[in-house]
Write a protein that binds this ligand. Structure first.
Ligand code: 5GP
Ligand code: ZN
Length: 122
């Protein structure tokens, strides 16, 4: 898709701090992080919003969701159980449409985590 920043990242035309790449997905650090950990999980295919997804995208969406805790763990904000108590954690967020606060119209899943007090900013 012309003039889509995330398609340009997928095509290698503009740089990003990639932390994951496979045949369907990429993940990279957000350029303007809202928290100590802020990464975006992005399909290579240009799908504008979550509202454009259909049952045909179920496997892709599930792959995006399942990648989130894996990357969070690798980036130090995964959920761990210590002495029976859970610690750590992160938010997962799809902004959808203007009223949903979406700025880039190429589907992406935010993974936002790290030590407080960043909580609640998004
Ligand atoms: P949205 O508001 O659409 O859910 O989020 C778009 C996100 O993309 C924002 O958090 C913004 O900082 C990030 N972003 C916008 N342009 C770029 C870019 O060129 N590179 C990277 N890594 N992140 C970007
Ligand atoms: Zn795109």
């Amino acid at each position: 898709m012309d003039n889509c920043i995330f398609c340009k990242i997928a095509a290698g035309q503009i740089p990003a701090k990639l932390i994951h790449e496979d045949d369907e997905l990429m993940a990279f650090h957000d350029i303007n992080p809202a928290a100590p950990v802020h990464v975006l999980i992005v399909p290579r295919a240009h799908i504008p919003t979550l509202s454009d997804c259909t049952p045909a995208h179920a496997a892709l969406l599930s792959k995006m969701m399942l990648l989130a805790p894996k990357l969070a763990g690798e980036l130090g904000c995964g959920v761990e159980v210590r002495g029976g108590e859970r610690t750590g954690g992160f938010k997962t967020l799809f902004n959808t449409g203007p009223d949903g606060g979406q700025e880039v119209y190429h589907l992406h899943l935010h993974v936002i985590g790290g030590p407080k007090p960043w909580r609640g900013q998004r």
